[in-house]
Design a protein around this ligand. Structure first.
Ligand code: NAD
Ligand code: WQD
Length: 342
């Protein structure tokens, strides 16, 4: 492990941020969280403390607010930042593009400016496989073209990557890591923290998990005529704890270095929607009955990573398979059927 770091997590109350906070603490680092709670709730904080062993310092602020963020950097010693804060719902980004561009780009630029003002040199950014758009060739590699995104959310990730890369080019002392996440699912194996979307989940796993508890009435599989082994879409699902550990490795890698490096964070394996539902049925001990529905607009048939660059340079590799992802999701969902208390 590198030296003990004091790490600011923007969006640290969210799904991936909360798991990363716990893994950073388990690795001996200190955590400061800045979150507006626009898509999370403060009741995750005592659970982070329970699992990580320390109470994270918490600022309930909008990362787009230059004055509030400046105050945070003035009050706290910060060695590095992980920038999770952002809105992430693809269909919402189509209906409210300005909200997405404003929030996701202002937060990134404000953060980089305040880091510059306060001499903070290291940043890890939550990017997404969505920046690759639709590609003919799989697996996806970091040097493939990006930016032909099919929705405003994806464009905000691509544009943030460009902004961070240019900032690192202009400042020879800035060190940045762009992590392109594939499809994060699962939960800490304690079942104490997990994914808790507001309203009806858009994504497969939280929907399946809520269906398994009886909170959702029907389960639809969108499309069964894709050119895949069983006709349903194939994705590179990755356990959120493996993803969280990738952030710990990314900090180890970048602290003390300059420049901007990008990594795919996936397992390299694709699982179909039907394979996921079958694995979840085994995990929860009941057969989950689904119905086929038309394709969902904008879905690509297959998407999976080549994660070899992360293994080579970060020394990181996903360790947890689909069964474990479903078991841990089920432990979280069955112990917390309504998620966190709001
Ligand atoms: P999440 O919504 O659970 O967490 C994001 C957190 O950011 C929330 O707690 C929210 O309240 C906070 N936030 C949003 N805008 C803010 C602002 N302006 N100021 C302060 N806080 C703000 O989402 P997540 O799944 O944990 O995703 C974390 C990051 O990873 C996001 O940037 C997301 O786009 C990216 N990502 C997620 C996935 C995924 O499938 N979950 C995949 C690829 C990339
Ligand atoms: C997976 C498959 C659905 C729900 C999204 C974002 C992407 C990234 C990760 C942030 C698809 C099908 C779903 C359901 C279903 N996020 N499905 N029934 O679309 O690969 O990625 O989350 O960066 O940008 O687009 O993931 O979980 O939404 O869907 O059949 O009730 O499951 O149609 O084929 P996706 P997903």
């Amino acid at each position: 492990m590198s030296n003990k770091l004091r790490v600011l997590l923007t969006g640290g109350c969210g799904y991936i941020g909360s798991h990363t906070a716990v893994e950073l603490m388990r690795a001996g680092h200190e955590v400061v969280i800045a979150d507006s709670l626009v898509n999370s709730c403060a009741s995750v904080l005592p659970r982070i403390e329970e699992l990580g062993g320390e109470k994270p310092v918490f600022y309930n602020i909008d990362v787009c607010d230059p004055v509030k963020l400046d105050e945070l950097f003035s009050n706290e010693r910060i060695d590095a930042v992980i920038h999770f804060a952002g809105l992430k719902c693809v269909p919402e980004s189509v209906s409210m593009p300005l909200l997405y561009y404003r929030n996701n780009l202002d937060s990134t630029m404000n953060l980089l400016e305040r880091m510059r003002d306060h001499g903070v040199k290291y940043v890890v950014f939550s990017s997404s496989a969505t920046v690759y758009g639709e590609q003919d060739v799989m697996p996806l590699k970091e040097d493939m073209p990006t930016g032909a995104c099919t929705n405003p959310y994806g464009m905000t990730k691509h544009m943030s990557e460009v902004i961070i890369r240019d900032a690192a080019k202009a400042d020879p002392t800035l060190g940045a890591v762009l992590l392109r996440y594939f499809n994060p699912i699962g939960a800490d194996e304690s079942g104490r923290i997990g994914e808790d979307p507001l309203g009806i989940p858009n994504n497969l796993l939280p929907y399946v998990a809520q269906f398994a508890t009886g909170r959702r009435e029907k389960l639809f599989v969108n499309g069964n005529d894709y050119p895949t082994r069983d006709g349903t879409c194939v994705r590179d699902f990755i356990h959120v704890t493996d993803l969280a550990l990738a952030h710990v490795k990314a900090l180890d890698y970048i602290v003390g270095k300059a420049g901007c490096e990008v990594f795919n964070i996936g397992t390299g394996n694709g699982y179909s929607v039907l394979e996921v539902i079958a694995a979840f049925s085994r995990a929860c001990g009941k057969v989950l009955k689904f119905e086929f529905a038309p394709r969902r607009a904008g879905d690509i048939p297959t998407c999976y990573a080549d994660p070899s660059k992360a293994e080579r340079l970060l020394g990181w590799k996903a360790e947890r398979g689909l069964e474990k992802m479903c078991e841990d999701t089920w432990r979280w969902q069955s112990n917390n059927p309504m998620g966190y208390e709001k």
